[in-house]
Design a protein. Structure first.
Length: 152
């Protein structure tokens, strides 16, 4: 699907604040409320807009300790990859998992309360997954930029 300039502006507005009403959006886009509603429905139907979520202040829920954990599997067989990925999906501490190229096979983004919680997570959950050869953890010191918006 080709996005026109209005679709792009609408998507950018929704990425900044998806709780805006169609009325508020219509004023900013100089369109009718119905036209905005129809454009949003079209973007949803075509899965350009996948879902709407609430972004949580991690400090308020004691999950502000951010760890990037690099994982190397013992080998790259289908069984090892599918087993690892299936098990990672079960761990609520992991918010993102990427299969990557380079020295490691996966990068995990993990949020926990503190270092003790991370150690417990590693010992009781992550390292119990079969086929992990090695791990390397990097701890975030300061969040410089964090956005979910993709500029269109």
């Amino acid at each position: 699907m080709t996005l026109d300039s209005i679709d792009k502006k609408l998507i950018n507005l929704l990425q900044k604040d998806s709780k805006q009403t169609t009325k508020q959006l219509s004023i900013q886009l100089n369109l009718s409320v119905t036209a905005v509603y129809e454009r949003i429905k079209k973007l949803e139907k075509q899965e350009i807009i996948k879902k709407y979520v609430a972004l949580i202040n991690k400090n308020k829920i004691e999950k502000s300790f951010l760890v990037f954990c690099h994982i190397k599997l013992i080998k790259h067989s289908r069984e090892y990859v599918t087993t690892f990925e299936r098990e990672v999906l079960k761990l609520e501490e992991i918010t993102e998992c990427f299969h990557v190229s380079g020295d490691y096979d996966y990068i995990l983004k993990i949020y926990v309360k503190d270092m003790d919680a991370y150690r417990n997570f590693m010992v009781t959950k992550l390292t119990t997954i079969a086929y992990i050869g090695s791990t390397h953890s990097t701890f975030a010191i300061e969040e410089v930029k964090n956005t979910t918006a993709i500029n269109i």
